[in-house]
Design a protein around this ligand. Sequence first.
Ligand SMILES: [Zn+2]
Length: 576
Amino acid sequence: MISSPIDEIKNRLDIVEVISSYIKLQKAGANFRAVCPFHSEKKPSLFVSPTRQIWHCFGCGQGGDIFRFVMQIEGVEFGDALRILAQKAGIELKRQDPKLKTERNRLYEICELTCRFFEKQLAASSVGQEAEKYLLGRGINKESLKKWRVGYAPAVWQGLSDFLNSRGYQKGEIEKAGLGLTSEKGSFYDRFRGRIIFPIFDLNSQVIGFGGRVFKEKDKKEIAKYVNTPQTMLYDKGKLLYGLDKSKVAIRKNDACIMVEGYVDAIMAFQSGTENVVATSGTALTPFQLKILKRYSSNLLTAFDMDVAGDSATKRGIELAQAQGFNIKIITMDQGQDPADLILESPEAWQQKIVEAKSILQFYFENTFSRFDAGTPEGKRDISKIILPVIKRIPNVIERAHWIQELAKRLGVKEEVVEEGLKNVNGAYHEVASAEPAGEPEPIKIIPRKQLLEETVAALVVNNPENTLELINQDCLCWFSPHIQTIFTDLKKGKKIEEDDFIKYLYLKAEVEGEGIDCKNEVQLCLRGIEMIDTKSRLDSISQEIKKAETEKELERVQNLTREFNKLANKLVVKE
Ligand SMILES: [Zn+2]
């Protein structure tokens, strides 16, 4: 029998091994447990069952098989999780029929081929070697060049496009990939020429664009320093963070993301062991990027050149992040120094800077008070003009109150005055994300109490029917979801129940929650709880009906319903 690649992958990979490559697992009886990476908690409530090859978090209710886990932790869709796990399992997925290839797929191919072309140029051509020497001089080692697939675009008009043509790609496609342009006179030429090339990857490490940088001193004066892929079907700079494909797991592990500005900064940071880093490539943070980052952590550390008094794109991006509830710390760099320089000079000093990062409010206070004289009325005005909007954007009221106090104290005015001043500031950000990031993991579900009780009963009964099945009589059967009802009916008929994902989950739940408890007693307690919830919801709907009958002036119905209501309510009181 030929098995599907999904089954084949599940056969070859052990869930414990896969999950422990992302998070730390501890042995807990027959299972393993861990602190859940998908909701914030201190006590571990995520369990992994090696016998059933499933995982489940009893805190946030998420769970499933290895595919589900990889989708969640990598923030990718099923197809990508399949690819990642196929690679781990050493299984080759069947190639798609070329005729079925979409335009998108062809653009991916063009980008991948282009990336290889540039990599080859860096390694083989003489100018490429010069470029490599320059990069090594900046401190990037050969291993990093390979990892980040840095390349070189030759200084000719049609180097890449000729190569792509020879591989069967047309001008139109090359242009759509953002790699070629047509001049006014109609001649076609390469966008990237005579530059060091940094490929840009999507979350699955597929090349989707490029950033080109000049490196020769004379070029730096004569031509544009930066050339980047324009917006294409694959590449949108407002949705991308450079390096996130490589750093996302470390960001989740450290629960913090360090943001730098340039590609070289990110590569050098990574090389020095700071793996939770992304680069913004000098553009302001967009709501979209922030939303993607939130999947991994809501703690941001920035190592930007920040001017608190000016109105820079960088500052606006940080303010937006602050307003969206990110905790922001500022790594202060010396004037004119960027992380890459500092790391080259001293990796220890870079580490120290990270440790010493200041909260955004601390940073604003120190920076502003050192710049203006808080002793003069003008100084007070200038300081408050800068700091009030930052305070206004603090989402948490207690934290905001703290900084209001602090500002009042340092300016030597009453708190009420600062509060008055805050009212006149429009600081709150109302900008909302315009589009949802693709493949956004489902938000954490809040599981209703009734469902929790139902599942506990089902778990205990499935695991231990001899003791507990008799408690499920005809009256209480109707409280359960149809799926659980079927399970109970099958058990009562003595039918063997099929071990599907839900049943596997129930067994794991019974193992985790049922240890050392009196099953029978627990089932009785849960049934009682369900009955209460059920009764309360019936009371609710009766009282709705009573209201309706009252407005419709149907007195007899009102009376009947009230009688019914009292009878039910009595039941609640007597038992309670
Ligand atoms: Zn969880």
